[in-house]
Design a protein around this ligand. Structure first.
Ligand code: GDP
Length: 366
């Protein structure tokens, strides 16, 4: 078609009329993507037992879901997987941010997988919502492991109460074991309560420490050291070898002051370098010896039984709290009473009694 700008005065320039534009940049933008239908419980269980990673991931997503019908479904899957679980070494790994957890898990993981088998890396990070997406278990942090066909890396369930996050990780362990993962690492940041939760779901608890900070022993809570079955001092490379050995000696003498452990195992202190891959075999040799020791003296089974009992009560606690706080009438009553308490018009105890009284009288209504 002839265009006004094709006048001779614009010689050298030829303008064509444009093509008709579609009504929208993306005609499908308004349409909702279709969700894949959920597999049935038998399909999921069969897939998990076959070691199908997609099915395992979908089941873990159900475990993590907040929807009540997902919860019920997940419980059914877990129940069916339970007889196939338990046959793994569960290892908790903790250390402050920057201690080298992800670097170490990357090399520890490859070391473990050299003997065959499969490895699942899970995490407990109750703060993950604050940091917008989990920092722990993030695949990019474990570069080599994330490309390994026999490694399954799952970030921390997104934030909720620590009890809720920990329960989900505990249930994920069952699913992973049923899928044939015979090594489970559970990672956590060593700064709060989460290591107690991890300790209650693992067989061996590894504490990663750093040397040269001048406050090796003061910086960590005694409770965390008491839980450790092994303390490893990372970054023992280059100029840091001397300080690392010094820290090792300090930790060793500090451990002498602790009461004997329930297992009868004497926690060991080792130096290594995750980055330069030095001393890795020694760390795993210690862990192997621990497992031989506790399997031989019966502590391994005893601890697992106790952990199962602990999780039964944790689960009851969590469900009771949820049932209470999810009740909209209770919620309204709580808010009213809170105002009264803040205004000093009602005592905390009277307010608590009022709400609980209402709840107990009406708990069967829902
Ligand atoms: P995380 O926060 O505990 O997971 O720690 P990272 O694994 O992310 O490590 C924190 C920093 O320490 C990174 O810059 C690593 O490269 C470094 N790092 C980790 N392990 C070693 C080590 O063995 N030697 C040295 N020199 N640096 C290390």
């Amino acid at each position: 078609m002839e265009h006004p700008e094709n006048d001779k005065c614009y010689a050298g320039l030829s303008v064509n009329s444009g093509v008709a534009q579609p009504p929208s940049v993306n005609p499908y933008a308004g349409k909702r993507p279709r969700r894949k239908p959920l597999p049935t419980v038998p399909e999921m269980v069969e897939g998990i037992l076959r070691g199908d990673v997609t099915m395992l991931s979908r089941a873990v997503t159900l475990v993590e879901s907040l929807a009540p019908d997902h919860y019920a479904l997940a419980q059914e899957v877990i129940e069916k997987c339970l007889p196939h679980s338990g046959r793994s070494r569960r290892i908790g790994i903790t250390g402050v941010p920057g201690a080298g957890k992800s670097t170490s898990i990357d090399v520890f993981g490859l070391h473990v997988l050299r003997d065959g088998g499969k490895l699942a890396v899970l995490a407990i990070d109750p703060s993950s919502e604050r940091t917008k997406g989990s920092i722990l278990g993030d695949k990019t942090r474990m570069e080599k492991l994330s490309q390994h066909p026999d490694a399954f890396i799952r970030p921390s369930p997104s934030a909720g109460s620590l009890g809720g996050v920990a329960r989900k990780t505990r249930e994920t362990i069952v699913l992973c074991e049923a899928a044939g993962y015979n090594n489970i690492f559970v990672e956590t940041v060593g700064v709060g309560q989460s290591e107690t939760a991890v300790h209650s779901m693992v067989d061996f608890f590894l504490l990663i420490q750093l040397a040269g900070t001048g406050d090796e022993l003061q910086g960590i809570k005694r409770g965390i050291m008491e839980m450790a079955d092994g303390i490893v001092i990372n970054k023992a490379d280059g100029d840091n070898i001397g300080p690392a050995q010094l820290a090792q000696a300090q930790f060793r003498s500090a451990l002498h002051l602790f009461p004997p452990t329930e297992s009868g195992w004497k926690p060991e202190v080792l130096c290594y370098s995750g980055y330069y891959e030095l001393g890795i075999a020694e760390v795993w040799d210690m862990i192997d010896r621990y497992f031989d020791f506790v399997r031989a003296n019966g502590y391994f089974d005893e601890k697992r039984r106790r952990q199962a009992r602990f999780w039964m009560y944790e689960s009851i606690d969590e469900q009771l709290r949820k049932h209470f706080y999810d009740n909209p009438e209770v919620d309204a009553l709580l808010r009213d009473n809170e105002t009264e308490v803040l205004a000093n018009r009602r005592s905390s105890f009277a307010a608590a009694a009022k709400v609980l009284d209402y709840y107990f009288r009406n708990k069967n209504n829902r």
